[in-house]
Ligand binder design. Structure first.
Ligand code: NDP
Length: 454
């Protein structure tokens, strides 16, 4: 049961930020975890550290006008949330998706603060994006949009201030257009964005990092039970950047990924998505920008199931398996999905997506004491490697693939260790939700204490 202090804080967050249910959800999970810390460390309460962490340092919201290929004027809304800079410049992705709004970006920016703290690297938390939908747009339209978006954003970011990256709908193509416009406006070639192309400041292994990192995290969780991913059947959702490299690493570690999805539906491939089939997916999604259904047309024995909005559960999570890697979007696993997963033998859930499980779903995992790695720990490999890209840009050097992968692996092991040991210290061994929230918070809170009332 939450203390009265935490209950009052939650009530205030809801009253002050109405119509932001995702932000309320993320805050509820974190504050409930922090209760024991706030009782042990009264100085945090006295200095109102939590109240300050809940309030973004700055929010920008701006008009993004652009001309489509038919010469029509289009108008979108752009955002950047600069949430917390106690331990480094703001860092966090840009999301382009029609569902984007202030509340969704605030939940993502809030999560990002703790995630970045866990990476061991000096990065504050931020997030941004637009309700622009890149789906079905020509390259020219995407470029025009990105240029208009950056024409406002460039004033607020910089390599020592705020360093955005990709997220849903923002991949290598979009980062290229955004970087080009920033460079043109500032007349400066700097590491202001991460996820850049390899020939112009990008880091090896950045595209792979979130998916690889999440798989390393799952392997670390399995290690606590003296197990590995070899021979494990895995359910993966999404088919974008995170999902693709999750499948690749699962396969490399001897597991078998059986599913992938997009917003139209999902495929189930009993034989497993091997390297050759994954190459098809990458071409389909990254170049042709087609739908996952085509995978079922291409390969024999694959079942495609379209989304059925009438269902109150997602059939993707209702297959016999050992592990699940949700890698599409927020709240894609509800309580019923969580129950289906547990019922079907899944005992490892490692979150590639941000907040893919509802609060009720998380409680199902915790009650069953499965190995549950929350997104802010399990998917931190992406931003960690962005941090490594920033280091390489500052050094004006490029590390080898092996060097970056080794650092990524080491960081994921360190995050796992921090979450695991903190869960023990606070009397909830194996509860990675509490472990990650508390470990991430302490570093930020202590930095805020050191820096005075700002
Ligand atoms: P991509 O845009 O590359 O892929 C997103 C995938 O998820 C697509 O298959 C997309 O399908 C599907 N998807 C997105 N929104 C929805 C929705 N509302 N309903 C159903 N399916 C949906 O994004 P990423 O792979 O980069 O990101 C996936 C998740 O991982 C996000 O939660 C993101 O925040 C998180 N993440 C990403 C990091 C990164 O480095 N990229 C780092 C850490 C976390 P469709 O194409 O049909 O929309």
């Amino acid at each position: 049961m939450a203390s009265n202090y935490v209950k009052d804080l939650l009530a205030e967050v809801k009253a002050k930020n109405p119509a932001e249910p995702e932000f309320h959800q993320a805050v509820t999970e974190v504050l409930e975890s922090l209760d024991p810390v706030l009782q042990r460390r009264p100085e945090y309460r006295k200095n109102r550290i939590v109240e300050r962490v809940l309030e973004p340092e700055r929010v920008f919201m701006f008009r993004v006008p652009w001309l489509d290929d038919q010469g029509n004027v289009q108008v979108n809304r752009g955002f950047r949330i600069q949430m917390n800079s106690a331990i480094g410049p703001y860092k966090g992705g840009l999301r382009f998706h029609p569902s984007v709004n202030l509340g969704i970006l605030k939940f993502l920016a809030f999560e990002q603060v703790f995630k970045n703290s866990l990476t061991t690297l000096p990065m504050g938390g931020g997030k941004g994006g637009s309700d622009f939908d890149p789906k079905g747009k020509s390259d020219n339209e995407v470029m025009k949009f990105c240029q208009s978006f950056m024409s406002e954003l460039f004033r607020h970011i910089g390599p020592n201030t705020d360093v955005p990256a990709g997220d849903i709908g923002v991949g290598g193509r979009e980062i290229g257009f955004l970087f080009g416009q920033y460079k043109r406006l500032r007349n400066e070639f700097t590491g202001v964005l991460t996820g850049k192309g390899l020939g112009w400041g990008g880091s090896l292994v950045r595209p792979e990092a979130t998916g690889y990192g999440n798989t390393y995290f799952a392997a670390e969780m399995l290690k606590t039970r003296n197990e590995t991913l070899a021979g494990k059947t895995c359910l993966v959702s999404g088919s974008g950047n995170v999902a693709q490299y999750t499948v690749q690493k699962i396969t490399q570690l001897g597991g078998r990924a059986a599913t992938l999805s997009d917003s139209g539906g999902y495929i189930y491939d009993e034989k497993g998505i091997d390297a050759e089939k994954l190459a098809f997916i990458m071409e389909l999604k990254n170049l042709r920008r087609g739908r996952i259904k085509e995978y079922a047309d291409k390969f024999k024995g694959v079942v495609y199931t379209p989304i059925d909005p009438k269902l109150d559960y997602n059939p993707l999570w209702n297959h016999t398996a050992h592990c699940a890697f949700p890698s599409a979007t927020q709240n894609e696993i509800n309580a019923k999905d969580a129950q289906n997963l547990v019922k079907n033998g899944v005992y490892v859930v490692s979150e590639g997506a941000n907040m893919p499980t509802t609060l009720e779903g998380v409680n199902v995992f915790l009650e069953h004491k499965i190995l549950y790695g929350p997104g802010k720990a399990a998917n931190a490999g992406g931003v960690a490697t962005s941090g490594l890209e920033m280091s390489q840009n500052s050094l004006r050097l490029s590390w080898t693939r092996e060097e970056v992968d080794e650092r990524l692996h080491g960081i994921m092991q360190a995050i796992h260790k921090a979450a695991w040991e903190t869960s023990i210290e606070f009397g909830c061994k194996g509860n990675y939700v509490n472990g990650a929230n508390i470990a991430g918070f302490l570093k930020v809170a202590d930095a805020m204490m050191d820096q005075g009332l700002v």
